[in-house]
Ligand binder design. Structure first.
Ligand SMILES: Nc1ncnc2c1ncn2[C@@H]1O[C@H](COP(=O)(O)OP(=O)(O)OP(=O)(O)O)[C@@H](O)[C@H]1O
Length: 550
């Protein structure tokens, strides 16, 4: 079950909504009431404003106010239809681009970027000229001209959202593509897309009026605002009042739409956050090596597309119920090692190994997502980006159980509630009803651990799980991880650049430098300071201590 985020009204949004709806209402009502007056000829030609004709009459004696309101109705409908078409197709193309294979995506993105570089009005004029004059031709021309800008916005938004941890997690657990788009992409793009909708309406209205003005749109005797402006042009110096009606209608509607857009932008949620992580399968090299350990990594190489190796053939195993620490300075290759195990390497990087196994799953065999979810779970550094801000915690935490274990929503909630209680969340039902932003960082991280355990993975990767937390909360999370190690068979890969934390928690520690393991130590040896590598010594010396001098 998903939520509706409450709209935060602000002056621009109120003013825009009132202006737009009042104008639309007046236009609709008046155009029905005054429909005949707009076309009725009279002897009172070319008159100025009067009590009978508020905006005067044109050279055939037709009431200019009635014509403006009737013309505005046509422009309003045409702009709405064009906006609907361009938004629908733009969002579809933009989202589809990000679910396409990499090469096709790159190609499509370039096409969209090139299309955006042509001014919309110019494209609309060219298309309308090709299609011929008429209202539908203009609607199609303006719709098509507006598609690229929406498609690019959607593609950019999708790209950013696709790289957030919660989407990475959803992909890791094998959430189907359609659900990814409807549940994770769309709710998080709603605000910018609504803003784009308002902008698209406004530019569409102006473009359509411009096309009718130059004779490509609505044709006499039908009228829209552009047509009325064209009719007023010959008398622009002798009776300038003729342009007032259509100009005012264009202004009122587009200012209304712009204010709504600005209001939505101001009301947009400021909590939108990011963290580049990502996704790409791991191509492979060759075959195995027998070992009883649940996690086996042999000769893991991670390379860039240009052939540069970032991780240089490292090997390690993790035993049942063992926490293996992976330490090293920033850029030493810790995260790439972990992402290779989860088959979540960023685009442009590939991994190969002679053995890569978690539990019974051979990661070199391109396991199905469901299998992978059983094998590997991840806890990320920043609990603020781990969850989709648009969904309740219950929806997200139960995902893996519903998707892979076929549990009903109720069963999944019960299991997760038990796991949440296990990680010392005091009121699990309340947490399940909450949105992520209602929780503290520590609670979110505990919830992430509970979600990770739900799949009973053979390997739990914790990538700097305490770095974004304050010291006391971090201590609580470390205690949870130690408890999981003591109470379950889960093998754990604990990544950190902080030897102090690793010393507290890990049974064994690998020290990485420049993509190579330079030293392997037991937890005791590390605690006793028995290290042989100068690099490890340097890391150890970098651990802050609270020395009190008197
Ligand atoms: N997508 C990428 N494309 C190219 N190089 C990358 C990419 N991701 C990481 N690298 C490079 O690979 C090396 C190892 O990166 P990695 O993220 O594994 O380091 P790390 O030890 O986890 O660092 P940190 O503690 O800062 O997270 C670094 O030199 C980094 O610049």
């Amino acid at each position: 079950m998903t939520r509706t985020r409450r709209l935060r009204w602000n002056p621009a949004l109120v003013a825009g909504t009132v202006l737009l709806s009042a104008t639309a209402l007046v236009v609709l009502v008046a155009s029905f009431v005054l429909g005949e007056d707009a076309h009725a000829l009279s002897a009172q030609a070319g008159q100025g404003p009067s009590g009978e004709h508020w905006l005067g009459t044109d050279d055939l004696g037709r009431d200019l106010l009635a014509r403006s309101l009737v013309g505005a109705r046509a422009s309003l409908f045409m702009a709405l239809i064009a906006t609907g078409i361009s938004m629908f197709l733009g969002v579809l193309i933009g989202a589809a681009v990000w679910t396409a294979p990499r090469r096709l995506r790159e190609f499509a993105l370039r096409i969209v970027e090139i299309s955006v570089s042509y001014p919309e009005l110019l494209v609309a004029v060219v298309l309308a000229a090709i299609l011929g004059s008429g209202p539908w031709q203009v609607v199609v021309a303006v719709s098509v001209a507006n598609i690229p800008v929406t498609a690019r916005l959607t593609a950019n938004l999708s790209g950013a959202i696709f790289q957030r941890d919660y989407v990475t997690t959803a992909r890791l657990v094998g959430v189907p593509r359609r659900a990814l788009i409807s549940r994770h992409l769309m709710p998080n793009m709603a605000e910018p897309l609504l803003i784009q909708l308002a902008a698209s309406f406004s530019t569409g209205l102006v473009a359509m009026s411009a096309l009718s003005f130059v004779g490509l749109g609505v044709q006499t005797p039908d009228i829209d605002l552009g047509r009325l402006l064209a009719d007023a042009l010959p008398a622009i110096y002798s009776r300038p009042v003729e342009v007032v009606g259509p100009t005012m209608m264009i202004l009122l509607m587009s200012i209304g739409a712009m204010l709504v857009g600005d209001g939505l932008a101001a009301a947009a949620d400021p909590r939108v956050t990011r963290r580049p992580a990502s996704t790409r399968p791991v191509p492979t090299r060759s075959k195995d090596v027998g070992s009883a350990a649940p996690v086996v990594v042999r000769d893991l190489v991670v390379s860039r597309a240009d052939g540069t190796d970032l991780v240089h053939g490292i090997s390690f195993e993790i035993g049942r119920g063992e926490i293996l620490g992976l330490v090293g300075e920033s850029g030493s290759g810790k995260s790439l090692t972990a992402l290779s195990l989860a088959r979540l390497l960023p685009d442009g990087l590939t991994a190969s190994a002679t053995a890569l196994r978690a539990g019974s799953v051979d990661l070199l065999d391109r396991p199905a997502r469901a299998e992978l979810a059983d094998a590997v779970a991840m806890i990320y550094q920043d609990p603020g980006t781990t969850f989709n801000p648009a969904l309740r915690m219950g929806t997200q935490l139960t995902e893996v159980l519903r998707v892979h274990r076929g549990k009903s929503a109720k069963q999944a909630r019960e299991i997760i509630a038990g796991l949440l209680a296990g990680v010392h969340i005091t009121d699990p039902p309340r947490l399940l009803r909450s949105h992520p932003y209602e929780l503290s960082g520590g609670m979110r991280q505990r919830a992430m651990i509970a979600a990770a355990l739900a799949a009973e993975p053979a390997l739990l990767v914790a990538d700097e799980p305490t770095t974004a937390l304050d010291v006391t909360v971090a201590a609580g999370i470390l205690t949870e991880l130690a408890r999981i190690r003591d109470e379950t068979d889960t093998a754990m890969l604990f990544i950190s650049h902080d030897l102090g934390v690793v010393t507290e928690l890990c049974d064994r520690v690998l020290v990485m430098k420049d993509g190579v393991i330079v030293e392997e130590l037991t937890g005791e040896a590390l605690r006793a300071g028995q290290v042989s590598e100068p690099y490890t010594r340097m890391l150890l010396d970098a651990v802050p201590t609270l020395a009190v001098t008197s």
